[in-house]
Design a protein around this ligand. Sequence first.
Ligand SMILES: O=C(O)CCC(=O)C(=O)O
Length: 336
Amino acid sequence: MQARDSSSIVNEIFLRAFSSQFHYPGYPSLIMSALSAIPIIDMSPYLEGTKEGRQKVANGIFDAAHEIGFTYLKNFGMSQDMLEAAFTIAHSLFTSDEKYKVPFSVEYNHGYGKMEGEALDPTKPADLKETFTSRNLLRLPSGEEHWPNPQFEAFMRVFYKRVCDIASNVMGAFEIALDLEPGYFDTRHTGLTQTLRLLHYPPVENVSEGQLGAGAHTDYGTLTVLFQDERGGLQVQNLKDEWIDAPPIPGTVVINTGDLIARWSNDFFKSTPHRVVPRPAAMIHGRQSIAFFSDPDPDVIIETFPSCVTEENPAKYGPITAGEHIQQRILATQKK
Ligand SMILES: O=C(O)CCC(=O)C(=O)O
């Protein structure tokens, strides 16, 4: 890898990414060995657009968000080729020369974050992962101070938009389930705080006591779209406080609801703790995932959805802006 120029590798990957001949090794042929308690919902009836189909998907997504806060989606509207290309391009960045790892910019919430650079559970040792984060890509300027090379940038911009569309469809299903007007969420999620994160859990030989790939945490916002490779390690806390595996299932993406929509929905929607534990395959070969955090614009007022308030279940929370809520969550995490 180091003998070749990183930009030529990415260029080659980018071209091959759109050929149906190209497959990420091992990923499509994975045979699932564990049954998961997390439901799998078929998005096709929603994407076909009939009223009945949309209602059916909305009901399934609502039940999953209410009962466990996690679901898998299949037929969610992205080709396997595009997804494989995203993993391959991300891998080429993480294994390339340091000079391509664009330093993280707090102003843009964009760039490379080094191994053990964050602890999602601050009571535990730092996470065994490195990241490349991109917020609000539709508005992020071009240029070499932000991107390892133009091919990487071009691909990430297309990929970001496609993942925005997946999040938008899931939020469209929320609108039906919550009796909100069409477009309610899209107008409040214009990208200002919608963030794509490439994650790499490099091979490791030794793990300190309590150290994880990603420490136990809940997500802060409305929803997260999570693609994971075949190595496994994601775990979700169930209602009995047990950690259950959320194994990779080929052809699916994981969706989970965050703290902000839990508050917005008067706790009808769950925000469920999850973590990444180092599995033997991941410790030997490394693991990758790609997360997209869909959070509302900072000035959106979060006021309980009327459909989530009843006489027996009055509103628990007063109004707050999304920006204030996220800030409070960040401070609460730091105090732990
Ligand atoms: O890598 C994963 O599977 C999960 C990552 C995650 O939960 C996060 O970054 O918030």
